[in-house]
Design a protein around this ligand. Structure first.
Ligand code: 5GP
Length: 189
């Protein structure tokens, strides 16, 4: 998505050869018009699939996941990073955080993930795929199926893309990064 790549080049910053900061437009302050177009791009790609629910992990994936779910006309399910005391029957999985460098539990109310449901997972970044694997584990416990993966910024030099490819997932990445060199982004084809 050219407009997204341009916005990342203009407003983003490579803080190392592994990490991109986009908190002016994507995951702290949000460019809502751009996010709307991101939702449209995911919708255009996944609309033929029988998606029952869009799933993300709080919090940075919520905006793009919402923009897509609205267009698909399906609910957005936000996996929680801490168990609210209103959650009565949770499913749990463990995730290792790329940015925080520590493991944490994620959870979802069992009644919102049903056996046989078709899910579209959306997140802001794909790095080592740990967040995805946590969602995959919850889906496995529930007997739901992940039919597609929508990623806003995919760092293809890390392990997540290879994991998704190896397991045959249909992945659509809007801004795929081949590598970061001398703090400059080199886009994948
Ligand atoms: P993964 O679970 O794939 O290893 O990492 C994905 C998660 O880590 C995303 O949900 C995102 O919040 C965070 N993340 C990964 N790489 C980056 C990055 O380069 N910049 C920022 N801001 N967040 C990242």
């Amino acid at each position: 998505m050219e407009k997204l790549k341009q916005a990342i080049e203009t407003h983003g910053k490579c803080v190392s050869d592994e990490v991109v900061k986009v908190d002016q437009i994507i995951n702290h302050q949000v460019d809502c018009a751009l996010m709307d177009e991101i939702g449209q791009a995911f919708y255009d790609y996944f609309k033929a699939k029988p998606i029952d629910k869009v799933v993300t992990i709080e919090s940075s994936g919520i905006a793009p996941a919402y923009a897509c779910a609205l267009r698909l006309g399906v609910p957005l399910l936000i996996i929680k990073k801490a168990q609210p005391n209103t959650m009565s029957d949770p499913l749990f999985a463990k995730v290792f955080s790329f940015t925080k460098r520590k493991a944490y539990s994620i959870c979802v109310e069992r009644e919102y993930l049903k056996p046989g449901e078709h899910l579209l997972f959306i997140d802001d970044f794909l790095a080592n795929g740990e967040a995805f694997k946590g969602a995959e584990e919850l889906a496995r416990q529930a007997g739901a199926v992940i039919d597609g993966v929508g990623i806003v910024i995919g760092k293809q030099f890390q392990n997540g893309q290879a994991y998704l490819d190896k397991h045959g997932y249909d992945v659509y990445t809007l801004a795929p990064i081949k590598e970061i060199k001398d703090q400059h982004i080199i886009w994948a084809e």
